[in-house]
Design a protein around this ligand. Structure first.
Ligand code: ATP
Length: 806
């Protein structure tokens, strides 16, 4: 198969990672790989009739012989650098001028991972919308012998892809009839395979949870709002922040949740009141009465009232100034939202989706529909492209018809939950929602090491509890603090700016309740807790187990107790994500980008990067995928001499294949407890010694920096969603306990549970069931949901080809 990849429509972070993954996966699967510059416009323009793809002669460090000779053929064509630099190579006279469909090899997409936007260029092509333009595009593809196309863009680009594929047979007939192509070519290229990937910062595509670039745009927005927040606080000002999203409020909504905004305007759910001005002022007035110094209102560019009258940032500013007398400023974030380095998610998702796109193309037949590659929670999916596009359009249609319930119903469950989360954490209710009899005293505790999102989760629990009529109590410094009576009630305003705070505002401790279980029970009784929410890692899970088992002896533990996993190690069994894991992956990516730059500057350096993670290799493995590391060591797999011998062999061959003077820095990721013998220092020294003149080696131990500073927006948003589910759970279990007939109440085992994310659903797992899946000695799950990622990491650095395993 000869396959080409193009990026189209508005650019988004992660598009380069798509191209990198498609090119690499294509070469691994034996395809010839091409990129099309400037989106569909490049297809229409093609290469001109007299162009011949020539392969420049390139001198490598060493003559390296691989079993897989075709891999060497596909290693480089030299145009990647020209694309990357956006210039011509004046020394060799190579230029991309007049060439829009460019052959690329493995090393041509080197280093594309961390670059924002799209290096292939993108355009909105009027020509491709016309039948003549598409005829020219078909001709240009056939001329280069390309029979498969990956398109990364928004709904417009994917519609274009489907139109192109549907028309393809007639385009081929026209080219045959006009004599532009031969009968043979017409027969050979009778069918075009197309797959779509959604690159869009708006996250506006239906049938997928996330579009490529949306998480990075959310990062940019939250960074800006976090900065605005401090100046707003200084002057006690109000800020109206306009974000992108013509038909989709995802960015505004998630930014509202993650930044802890006061009010948001999104197209799918305009304020229900007749006057949006009244609705907003009422809410903000209440916040100010409670003592808030800052006001943040986020408005999507496509926001409107329930009669579809646009709501503009300036109008909001006027209302806040005139009616509430607030010193108000407007900030329109504009194109800053599109820019910058991709976040970890926007490196991992496009990589997984790019690989899947190649598989989908290889399996495509004239009978199969064109697929769009999506994602549902953590699973990569294939959905019929046109169905997804049609469903996406039906959201705009429903909004246009003022059917906002329908528009909401067409958004995914996470959208709904985030909106509920926003209301629950921003609204102040004059009266609690629950009757007195159901109100609880809820203890909240952080257990174990700090992780990003712990404070955001606590804030959400506190605000939701207050809205319901419960009294939330902070237990500071874990179980030790409980025994020391470090307990105090939390208020709505007291947690106001906790969304953006890293670490643990409550203070956290690794001690388990068995330091003195009897006294812990006495304290539960003293504070009359009706429920306990523990936020933390493996220690929180172990504590839950101890408390549940302690119920036999201590009636005070017969209350609902939940554990919300929060740990950068992500080592809590049965859940694919813990709060904090996204923050630390981003911290890892940031550090590795800097390290790689230094490693590449000295041309030939291997950096051994040591990560935290205890006996769990999640962070190292996903970090390796997100940074393009070439080797990963984890505690689960361990380390041995044979492995190290192969690793040295791989590095020598790989550096040998590099162009002289253009070797790059490479990263080896090592989880801290991978081996007590083959330490980070030992392998760094070994690589240095073995590398000789080919490569040098250094190490960097990232340690506690991986706990991250400000939690990532995804961790904050996830914290809010899960925290609300925790409160709903303890409420249900509390009511069930109240219904028990007279006599001492006995909490059922299921009322001590862990909230987990499994595939596409959030599931409660009773602690005793979870224990069966836990490796209590190594403090991790018995199975690793990310186990197959290592083979992908190795595939993406061509380890099998270079070591001659294929
Ligand atoms: P964004 O989400 O950033 O707007 P998009 O992919 O939706 O991205 P569009 O401008 O709508 O951006 O589409 C990009 C390109 O796709 C268009 O310039 C055009 O070349 C092509 N295209 C869109 N719709 C069609 C169509 N119906 N037929 C043919 N080509 C189309």
């Amino acid at each position: 198969m000869k396959l080409a990849v193009l990026t189209s429509g508005g650019d988004s972070a992660g598009m380069n990672a798509v191209v990198r993954a498609v090119v690499k996966a294509g070469i691994i699967r034996g395809c010839e790989t091409w990129v099309v510059r400037e989106g569909y416009e490049g297809l229409v323009r093609g290469n001109g009739d007299d162009h011949k793809a020539e392969k420049p002669a390139i001198a490598t460090h060493k003559e390296v012989h691989l079993k897989d000779e075709s891999f060497v053929q596909n290693l480089r064509f030299g145009d990647g650098e020209l694309l990357r630099d956006g210039t011509s190579d004046y020394t060799s006279g190579r230029s991309l001028k007049g060439r829009y469909i460019v052959r690329v090899g493995w090393d041509d997409v080197r280093g594309w991972f961390g670059v924002g936007g799209t290096l292939c260029g993108t355009a909105r092509s009027a020509a491709f919308r016309t039948p003549e333009g598409r005829l020219a595009a078909a001709y240009n593809l056939i001329k280069e012998g390309i029979d498969a196309l990956v398109v990364c863009g928004g709904d417009g680009s994917l519609t274009g892809a489907d139109v192109f594929r549907a028309e393809w047979p007639s385009l081929v007939s026209q080219l045959r009839e006009s004599g532009k192509i031969s009968e043979d070519l017409a027969n050979t290229y009778g069918h075009l395979k197309i797959v779509g990937l959604v690159g869009s910062i708006d996250n506006d595509m239906s049938m997928t949870d996330m579009t490529i670039g949306a998480p990075t745009a959310l990062h940019r927005i939250c960074e800006s709002i976090d900065n605005i927040e401090s100046t707003a606080f200084s002057h006690s000002r109000a800020f109206v922040v306009e974000v992108m999203g013509r038909h989709c409020g995802w960015l505004a909504l998630l930014a509202g949740v993650s930044a802890g905004a006061d009010f948001i305007f999104i197209p799918e759910r305009p304020p229900e009141e007749d006057s949006w001005e009244d609705a907003m002022c009422k809410m903000i007035q209440r916040h100010r009465e409670l003592g808030k110094r800052t006001t943040i209102v986020i408005v999507a560019e496509g926001a409107h009232d329930k009669n579809l009258q646009p709501i503009r940032a300036d109008a909001i500013k006027d209302v806040l100034s005139d009616r509430l007398g607030l010193d108000t400023r407007v900030t329109c974030l504009g194109h800053t939202q599109r820019g910058g380095r991709p976040c970890a998610y926007d490196r991992i998702l496009p990589t997984l989706q790019g690989v899947e796109a190649v598989e989908a193309l290889l399996e495509a037949t004239p009978e199969t529909p064109s697929y769009m590659i999506g994602v549902q929670e953590s699973k990569i999916t294939r959905v019929p492209l046109m169905e997804a596009v049609a469903m996406t359009h039906s959201v705009s249609k429903a909004i246009g018809e003022k059917d906002f319930d329908k528009a909401m119903s067409l958004r995914d469950p996470e959208f709904h939950e985030s909106l509920e989360g926003f209301y629950a954490t921003s609204q102040v209710h004059p009266e609690p929602r629950l009757p007195h009899s159901q109100r609880m005293r809820v203890g909240i505790m952080h257990v174990g090491a700090p992780a990003g999102g712990m404070n955001a989760a606590t804030r959400a629990v506190v605000r939701y509890c207050i809205a319901q009529g419960h009294r939330p109590f902070a237990v500071h410094n874990g179980f030790v603090g409980l025994l020391d009576d470090s307990v105090h009630q939390l208020s709505w305003l007291g947690v106001d700016n906790w969304m953006t705070r890293g670490g643990s505002e409550l203070g956290t401790n690794r001690k388990l309740p068995d330091i003195d279980l009897g006294l812990v029970a006495a304290k539960f009784q003293q504070y009359n807790f009706h429920a306990l929410i523990m936020i933390g890692g493996f220690e929180a899970f172990s504590s839950l187990d101890i408390l549940e088992q302690g119920r036999k002896h201590y009636p005070a533990f017969n209350i609902p107790i939940v554990h919300l996993p929060a740990t950068i190690s992500n080592n809590v069994p049965m859940t694919e994500f813990s709060l904090g894991s996204d923050t630390s992956l981003n911290a890892l990516v940031d550090a590795c980008d800097a390290i790689k730059q230094s490693a590449s500057a000295s041309r030939n350096r291997v950096f051994v990067v040591e990560t935290q993670g205890g006996k769990c290799g999640y962070l190292a493995t996903m970090g390796a995928l997100a940074t393009g590391a070439c080797i990963v060591y984890t505690p689960e797999r361990g380390m041995n001499l044979n492995m190290l011998r192969d690793d040295v062999k791989y590095l020598k061959k790989r550096y040998g294949l590099d162009v002289k003077g253009k070797s790059e820095g490479r990263i080896v990721m090592r989880s801290e407890e991978s081996s007590s013998v083959y330490t980070t220092k030992m392998i760094t020294d070994m690589f240095k010694e073995e590398g000789g003149k080919l490569f040098d080696s250094r190490s960097a131990s990232l340690g506690h920096t991986l706990q991250g500073g400000i939690p990532s927006p995804l961790d904050r948003a996830r914290a809010v969603r899960l925290a609300l589910k925790c409160v709903a759970f303890i409420e249900r279990e509390h009511v069930a306990l109240l219904r028990q007939s007279d006599g001492p109440r006995v909490a059922p085992p299921e009322s001590a549970a862990v909230i987990t994310i499994q595939g596409s659903s959030v599931k409660w797992v009773p602690v005793q069931e979870m224990k069966e899946h836990a490796d209590m000695v190594n403090r991790r799950g018995k199975s690793e949901p990310w186990a197959n990622v290592r083979s992908l990491i190795e595939a993406l650095v061509a380890r099998p080809q270079i070591l001659g395993e294929r």
